[in-house]
Design a protein around this ligand. Structure first.
Ligand code: SF4
Ligand code: SF4
Length: 74
């Protein structure tokens, strides 16, 4: 049973702090902001719409989004 799954996860080990933090600029609900070491952080995960834009645009593939349409059927 899945009890909780993060909406969006940022892997700081992969993040290259691109372009003045691209993901921070593209999030339509503004829940990403610059955190420590010029790496983005999620400030309000519950507000994430799981749109996937940040993950799609991240050049380092450092962001994982559990998109709404994703199911556990495999
Ligand atoms: S999935 Fe969409 S709403 Fe969620 S953090 Fe990324 S850009 Fe923002
Ligand atoms: S888009 Fe990717 S590489 Fe760029 S700041 Fe965000 S997480 Fe880091």
């Amino acid at each position: 049973m899945v009890t909780h799954r993060a909406h969006v996860t940022i892997d700081h080990a992969k993040c290259i702090s691109c372009l003045g933090l691209l993901c921070v600029g593209v999030c339509p609900v503004g829940i990403l902001e610059e955190g420590e070491n010029k790496k983005p952080r999620v400030v309000d995960e519950k507000a994430c719409t799981q749109c996937g834009v940040c993950a799609d645009l991240c050049p380092a593939k450092a962001i994982t989004v559990n998109k709404k349409i994703k199911t556990d059927l495999r």
